[in-house]
Design a protein around this ligand. Structure first.
Ligand SMILES: Cc1ncc(C[n+]2csc(CCOP(=O)(O)OP(=O)(O)O)c2C)c(N)n1
Ligand code: SF4
Length: 530
């Protein structure tokens, strides 16, 4: 078969198409976004009738995939690591109901290149007691999609695939396999399995526990896990996922002198780890993430030293790389080319002429009068308003409205919330409903730039419907305003904001103007089509 130069994300997407996937339901988030975008743009996927959808959030995306699995077909849901927090409920329960044919691909972001935290999704997979896959390179990422569906269909379990940023966003040659057919529609073998009433759930949870031995056995014999012997037993090394590559990069022709257990499938292959432990004087654990494996090994240690992130042989935070591995091995560290001094680090900023900037100019001017007032921000391009002093908080998607509510109820005045149209559709609507139900004294600005800009311009689920949604949620229509955020409308915006701060209740202001990057893209497409 032909070799293709694929990003890790693209390798997974192409494998999904080749492995007989029927539907991909995802929510955008760097570094996972390109998987779903690739399937959306693929002519091959379109010809095969594969559905590719951006959903309102990670929970709705995963639930849609569970629905696909209910009908016997193969589904994939992709997200960034924090998305796991949003879909935790269906994720945990998908494990119990014995979902077949569902692959959940989660891209973790060690070093937080574009994220608000560094959480390691393997803890979720462990918690749900399902098999996990962690590719060490792009070829494995491709092959593992096939393997993941095999495991999922054989054992009746969703499978979690974890990739870190570097794997998602770097390219390597990938050999494709012959395509598989999509599954025909078929109903679940046990219709009760999708009904988690306690009477069923107790039985199904027991079944999940009983499957664990088979999951371990499959891991022990998996081609993705292996024991690679070495001549020097003064140290044994455990690598997980991409860490295997970082290790081999430190040795000529990739020949590591120490015995290595390469882990790319979980549950942990304990027999291999026991052998390493018995045959080596001490153990070094290399993981691009949190010390998930190291913690487990430390618990089992029978006196020998285990090094890794817990004892900070490798810094506890930040992504792993081959230099950090070299330092941990006591090898000379060769750092990459030095950045020339003329290149100055600049903090990220809103684009020149960004509509959010005009909204923030109004907010800043009004809030000058209220040193005790606060602006609760959210996640999107507009988070960059922090750099100009426009917002006071950014915690997680949707938290602006609900935090403003809590603060208002605690006596903060005025309490403003700033949220984008994409984030409002993701997890802002329910918070607004809470505000309405409790008659909270808040002003909510829903910055509608017509797009989910920060993750590359996906459509946003609440698009064109924001005003109607607010009315439907019970906001008084007299206190819902749409304004075009432009310099010429600044005085009007300031006046409007002041008026709504003076109103004791829920107000919504929707500054509506298309993101400039999106506008340029749109104009370029229009020109091309002429
Ligand atoms: C739970 C979660 N899922 C996904 C993301 C990735 N993400 C960051 S901002 C954002 C949406 C931004 O869209 P919008 O609110 O419309 O703001 P804009 O960037 O357009 O200004 C997304 C999906 C995230 N940070 N957290
Ligand atoms: S991409 Fe769009 S929304 Fe984001 S800063 Fe630039 S103009 Fe503003």
């Amino acid at each position: 078969m032909s070799k293709n130069l694929f990003l890790g994300d693209e390798a997974i997407a192409q494998a999904f198409i080749d492995a007989g996937g029927s539907a991909i339901n995802s929510y955008p988030g760097t570094p996972s976004t390109q998987i779903t975008e690739y399937v959306m743009k693929s002519k091959e996927a379109a010809a095969k009738g594969i559905r590719a959808n951006w959903c309102s959030n990670e929970k709705t995306a995963l639930e849609a995939s569970i629905g696909v699995a209910y009908s016997g077909r193969r589904a994939m849901t992709c997200m960034k690591h924090v998305g796991m927090n949003v879909c935790g409920d269906p994720f945990m329960n998908a494990a119990i109901i014995g979902t077949k044919g569902v692959l959940i691909v989660v891209a973790d972001d060690p070093s937080m290149f574009s994220s608000q935290d560094e959480q390691d999704s393997r803890y979720y997979g462990h918690w749900a007691m399902i098999p996990m896959l962690e590719p060490s390179n792009q070829q494995e990422a491709y092959d593992m999609v096939f393997h993941g569906y095999d495991i999922s269909e054989r054992f009746g379990t969703p499978v979690l695939m974890r990739i870190p940023t570097r794997l998602a966003h770097s390219r390597a040659g990938v050999e494709r396999r012959p395509s598989r057919e999509q599954n025909p529609i078929s109903m679940p073998d046990d219709p009760k399995s999708f009904v988690l009433l306690p009477v069923n759930a107790k039985r199904l949870y027991r079944q999940l526990i009983d499957k664990q031995a088979a999951f371990v056995e499959n891991s022990e014999t998996s081609g993705f896990n292996r024991y690679v012997d070495g001549s020097d037993h003064s140290r044994g090394i455990v690598t997980t996922g991409i860490a295997y590559n970082y290790l081999l990069e430190n040795f000529a022709e990739g020949k590591c002198p120490y015995p290595v257990v390469k882990i790319s499938q979980y549950p942990l292959p304990m027999a291999m780890l026991d052998r390493l432990y018995d045959e080596c004087d001490e153990i070094l654990v290399l993981e691009d993430g949190q010390p998930y494996v190291e913690e487990r090994l430390t618990g089992l240690a029978k006196g020998k030293k285990i090094h890794g992130r817990l004892d900070e042989t490798i810094r506890r935070d930040g992504e792993l790389n081959s230099e950090k591995v070299a330092a941990a091995l006591g090898l000379p560290v060769t750092s990459g080319p030095k950045v020339p001094e003329v290149v100055v680090n600049r903090p990220p900023a809103l684009c020149q002429g960004c509509p959010h900037d005009d909204s923030y100019n109004a907010v800043i001017e009004v809030m000058k009068q209220y040193p005790q007032g606060r602006v609760f921000g959210d996640i999107g391009c507009y988070t960059l308003g922090y750099n100009k002093g426009a917002i006071n908080t950014t915690v997680c998607m949707g938290a602006s409205i609900t935090m403003a509510k809590g603060a208002a109820e605690s006596g903060i005045f005025p309490a403003l919330a700033v949220i984008g149209d994409g984030t409002f559709g993701h997890s802002g609507m329910t918070g607004l409903l809470d505000c309405v139900n409790e008659k909270a004294n808040v002003v909510v600005l829903i910055l509608d730039n017509n797009i989910t800009a920060m993750t590359g311009g996906q459509h946003s689920s609440a698009n064109q419907k924001i005003r109607n949604i607010c009315v439907g949620l019970g906001v008084d229509p007299e206190h819902i305003h749409i304004i075009e955020p432009l310099r010429k409308n600044h005085a009007e915006f300031v006046h409007l904001l002041q008026e709504e701060i003076n109103y004791d209740g829920v107000s919504v202001i929707i500054p509506q103007r298309t993101c400039l990057v999106e506008l340029k893209k749109h104009l370029a497409q229009k020109k091309d089509s002429k």
